[in-house]
Design a protein around this ligand. Structure first.
Ligand SMILES: [Zn+2]
Length: 242
C-alpha cells in the first residue's frame, strides 16, 4: 500500500481515538470512516475494536462493495451505511457515526433539531434533519444499506455540504466532512447543539426557530460566496494534527 493510504489509515486511527476523548462514545459505540475516491477504498474502524487498541496495522481497508482488502478483522458493521453515503454524497471524504447522548435523544424522539440559535446557524443550514422510521421490510432486509438509504432519502432536497449531519430515527447520529477532522468536529458541534436545543425547549416550550434572516446571516458569513468568518475561528477543538 502506498503512502497516501498509509496517511489515510493514520488519520482514521487518530480520528477514531478522538471520539472517546470528546465524550461522544461509550465502549466501542461509534466509528470514523474515510474514503480515497481515486482508489475507490474505504478505511474504517474494525467491528467491536476498543479505541485504544486501534492501529494502522489493524484498521480495515475495503472497497466500496465491502470487500476486505487489508486488516485482520472484520470492518465495522456500519460499513455499508458509510458506503451508501459516500456514493450518494460525492463531496464528502469522511463520516463519523456515534450514539452521542443528546443527539441520540432527538433521534429517539424522531425529531429534527430546530435552529434555536447562532451556534446551530453557523454550522447547519436550517434544521438538523431526522430520518423517517424504517419499515419492517427495511429492518428485516439489508438493514445497514437501508439505513443508508433512508438518510439519502431525507437529503433528497438538502445539500449534504450545507447540512453536514443527520439523526437516524431510533438510532443515533452521522456527520461528515471534507476530512476526518472536519467530520469529527461536526459530531462534537452537533452534540453540543442537541444539548443546547434540549435545554432551550425545556426552558421555553413555546420557543420558535430563530428568524430566517439571522439563520441566513450566520450561515452566509461562514459559507457561500461572501463568507468572511473563517471556520477555524472557532478552533477545531481537536487533538493537534499535522
Ligand atoms: Zn449505531
Amino acid at each position: 500500500m502506498d503512502m497516501e493510504i498509509q496517511e489515510l489509515k493514520a488519520a482514521v486511527v487518530d480520528a477514531n481515538k478522538e471520539l472517546p476523548k470528546q465524550n461522544l462514545v461509550k465502549y466501542s459505540w461509534g466509528n470514523v470512516g474515510a474514503i480515497d475516491r481515486e482508489k475507490g477504498l474505504i478505511v474504517i474502524k474494525p467491528v467491536g475494536m476498543p479505541y485504544d487498541e486501534l492501529t494502522v496495522e489493524n484498521v480495515s481497508v475495503t472497497d466500496l462493495e465491502g470487500n476486505i482488502l487489508e486488516g485482520p478483522f472484520n470492518p465495522s458493521v456500519d460499513l455499508p451505511i458509510h458506503a451508501v453515503l459516500f456514493k450518494a454524497f460525492p463531496k464528502i471524504q469522511a463520516i463519523v457515526h456515534t450514539h452521542s447522548t443528546y443527539a441520540t435523544m432527538w433521534a429517539q424522539a424522531g425529531r429534527d433539531i430546530p435552529c434555536y440559535g447562532t451556534t446551530h446557524a453557523d454550522y447547519f443550514y436550517k434544521c438538523i434533519p431526522c430520518t423517517r422510521q424504517m419499515c419492517d421490510e427495511e429492518i428485516n432486509g439489508d438493514f445497514e444499506i437501508e439505513t443508508g438509504n433512508v438518510i439519502v432519502e431525507r437529503f433528497k432536497e438538502l445539500d449534504p455540504m450545507a447540512v453536514p449531519g443527520v439523526l437516524v430515527a431510533s438510532h443515533g447520529v452521522f456527520t461528515w466532512g471534507t476530512d476526518v477532522w472536519d467530520a469529527v468536529h461536526k459530531s462534537v458541534v452537533l452534540e453540543e447543539i442537541a444539548k443546547m436545543a434540549l435545554g432551550t425547549t425545556l426552558l421555553n416550550p413555546q420557543i420558535q426557530e430563530v428568524p430566517a434572516s439571522l439563520m441566513e446571516k450566520h450561515y452566509a458569513r461562514k459559507h457561500g460566496p461572501n463568507a468572511y468568518f473563517d471556520h477555524d475561528d472557532h478552533g477545531r477543538g481537536m487533538v493537534e494534527h499535522q
